[in-house]
Ligand binder design. Structure first.
Ligand SMILES: Cc1ncc(COP(=O)(O)O)c(C=O)c1O
Length: 402
């Protein structure tokens, strides 16, 4: 038997790897699973994906597609019926007329971001993003030789960029702004007026605006009649806006690896070429199954689950506040609560480990999402059922009053 023990030395890792950090959440996960294996009861509030799965009809459609042999490559931008269905969704949900020609189906929002930044970022370019932000965004820019300027965003602006902040931080090498609304890790949104102002500020500088709408459909404000208020898509600001979205969150299909990118017509050919070269095509079976996401029955299921997330948010925010966590603004969406723990600790990373060991509750430290408020904040994910949330709150209460 050979062991491969004397492998020859390889060239050193590419220099860019020095900028790419692991998720600290994974360190919490590693510790949590070790404690669980040793018999501890752990509640996981650190995973950024819905606990629900795709509806049965979507799974049946995947099964049928596989059996029909829909398992070959498709065209790089995705099958035409799915591009049409996504465009149709913009018409019914947002009242926005989107041509299917502008839709590129991708391997998740991650694939969309890799392609979008690939068409825009030159070495040395700088992009503005809020701090805190979803960590992978910075990696996409750095993979293409660009840099990210993280702009500290506090609770006064819902931890989001404003037109004023964009103007103030725009530098000679800045080429664009990326925003997620609702955001990971804060669940907060950028109001339509502020988004319009940011777009105007970006245009003044001849830059690009990329908006991640992956948590659309998971917002919980209601109108006077008790219906969820629909978001506005940043696409309505103009053809120059890039929007990414995904089947991962509202449609509960994280592992199916399907999302989409709507790019300006000027970038369409570049998007197609990159999609061909990087991915060949998005996952075929998932594409066929996703057609079933837009039926009235499936949409009714998603809306019922949205109501469930809304109830969880309301419960968790109220309970955390009464335990002393700082949550200055109720997060409008996603399934995250970004909470200030400075009343309990000056080191949120240590707080997370201590909470895990002392109470069996796994949450994510702020340092995964930036620098500015990192030591003071943690992220709770409410992707567990109400009974589990109640147990989390009970454990937190005992832990904080021990
Ligand atoms: C803000 C944000 N954008 C993009 C992604 C990537 O999602 P996908 O599964 O569609 O690649 C995530 C995943 O957590 C996210 O939170």
């Amino acid at each position: 038997m050979t062991t491969g023990a004397t492998a020859p030395a390889l060239p050193p890792l590419a220099a860019r790897m020095a900028d790419i950090e692991s998720f600290y959440a994974m360190e919490i996960m590693r510790e949590a699973t070790a404690l669980e294996a040793a018999g501890a009861s752990i509640l996981y509030l650190c995973v950024g994906e819905p606990d629900f799965t795709a509806p049965a009809a979507v799974m049946d459609a995947a099964d049928a597609a596989a059996r029909r042999g829909e398992t070959h490559y498709t065209v790089a931008l995705g099958i035409e019926p799915l591009r049409q269905a996504i465009a149709g969704f913009y018409r019914t949900r947002y009242g926005f007329a989107l041509s299917a020609d502008r839709v590129a189906v991708t391997a998740g929002a991650s694939g969309a971001l890799l392609i979008a930044f690939g068409t825009m970022v030159n070495p040395g370019d700088e992009w503005l993003m809020p701090d805190p932000t979803y960590p992978c965004n910075r990696r996409f820019v750095s993979l293409y030789g660009g840099t990210t300027r993280l702009v500290p965003c506090g609770p006064e602006n819902g931890y989001q960029l404003t037109p004023e902040l964009v103007r103030r931080h725009w530098g000679p090498r800045t080429r664009g702004v990326m925003i997620a609304s609702p955001s990971n890790p804060t669940g907060t949104t950028v109001a339509p007026d502020a988004m319009r102002g940011i777009h105007a500020a970006v245009r003044e500088h001849g830059g690009a605006l990329l908006v991640d709408e992956i948590y659309h459909g998971l917002t919980y404000d209601r109108d006077a009649a008790g219906r969820f208020v629909e978001e506005r898509t940043a696409l309505e600001l103009g053809e120059d806006v890039f929007v990414v979205n995904s089947f991962s969150k509202y449609f509960h299909m994280t592992g199916w690896r399907l999302g989409w990118l709507v790019a300006p017509p000027s970038h369409h050919k570049a998007v197609e070429k990159l999609a061909q070269n990087l991915f060949i095509c998005p996952p075929t079976i998932a594409q066929h199954a996703a057609l079933t996401c837009f039926t009235p029955d499936s949409l009714a299921i998603y809306e019922a689950r949205r109501a469930e997330f809304a109830a969880r948010r309301d419960y968790l925010v109220g309970a955390l506040r009464s335990l002393g966590f700082g949550i200055p603004q109720v997060p409008q969406g996603a399934f995250y609560v970004y909470a200030d723990v400075s009343r309990f600790s000056s080191d949120s990373f240590a707080f997370c480990f201590d909470l895990l060991k002392g109470a069996g509750v796994a949450i994510t430290p702020g340092r995964d999402f930036g620098d500015a408020g990192a030591a003071a904040h943690v992220r709770f994910t409410y992707t567990v059922d109400m009974d589990s949330l109640a147990e989390v709150v009970r454990r937190l209460h005992n832990y904080l009053n021990r």
